[in-house]
Design a protein around this ligand. Sequence first.
Ligand code: SF4
Length: 364
Amino acid sequence: MNSPGLYVHTPFCPRRCAYCDFYSTENLSKIPMWLDSLAVEARQQAAYWTYEFDSLYLGGGSPSVLSPDQLASLKEALSPLKISPKAEITLEANPEDVTADKALAWAEWGVTRVSIGAQSFQRKALIAPLGRSHSDSDILKAVEAVKKAKLFFGLDLIFGWPGQTSQEWREDLELAVATGTGHISTYELTIPHKSPIAQKFLTGELIALPESEIADLFLLAGSYLKKRGFERYEVSNFARKGAYSRHNLKYWRRDAYLGLGPAAHSFDGSRRSANVASVDKWSLALAQRHTALSLLEDLTPDQARLESLMLCLRLAQGAPTSLINDQGKAAELALAGFLVKNGAYWKPTEKGLLCADYLARELS
Ligand code: SF4
């Protein structure tokens, strides 16, 4: 078994973004309770997760809101678990939270990568529709701070927002590359039903980009970043050589991972589970020694194979031919420009990555 990954959900955001569907609360006074409960959960899980974790991902929410004292408590809370001294440790940061002092404290804590939620350099996108509380200059200040602390950093960008032009997307990519980052994630804007932004689409205040334009933006990112030395190693992720996210690769390769915190998901190699998405209910369950789970799922062998296929087809490396029952169908999709054969793998092309889930359904 490959080393598992450890994920910690930090469910706190001082202000919710308009498009967000992740679980978080604006009530930062609950951070001490969350830290106490994390310590309980880590102690419980240490009995089952005895392997050494070689990646730790502090995600959210906004782990960048934690103070140095809270980070010290977090380290203490996680101490029952074995984390390799060579682990990749990633912290997600909102640009407005990053200061030179904080970046230095993160480096001292052991963080090796900072994932900065830049989303866009276009002011009109940041204010609305994304409803973010940072500006383009906050992104550049955050980059300077993490560089000063000698931390590797990646940038997250969002494309496909209402009214976005290909020129604006090219500018975002250009500005991201110019920061000297080694990793860029490009996520298509999705509109969760319950998000504040969804209502604006329903009333027509915002109009979604046509699918064909979104596809063009997806392909533009691929060709633009390839020319600048980035490899699209997963549908939404680009890296310079050797700068893949070790932690995120575990999700796509179906390696085991443990998730701590409310709404965190875990996978032990055969069973999936998820914690309840409420910091209060999660804390109470742990205090009462009850399970904090809201989902427990055992996949049948067929479901597991389909899931592997879907995940493999999101990766540039593609799917081993052994996962695909209908080789004739794969050859047909190759003729149509969606796949190429590469040794024992069927590799999706850029056009194939654009519709990875469709390919998985066709090949399952
Ligand atoms: S900072 Fe991230 S997790 Fe928090 S509300 Fe915004 S998108 Fe959601």
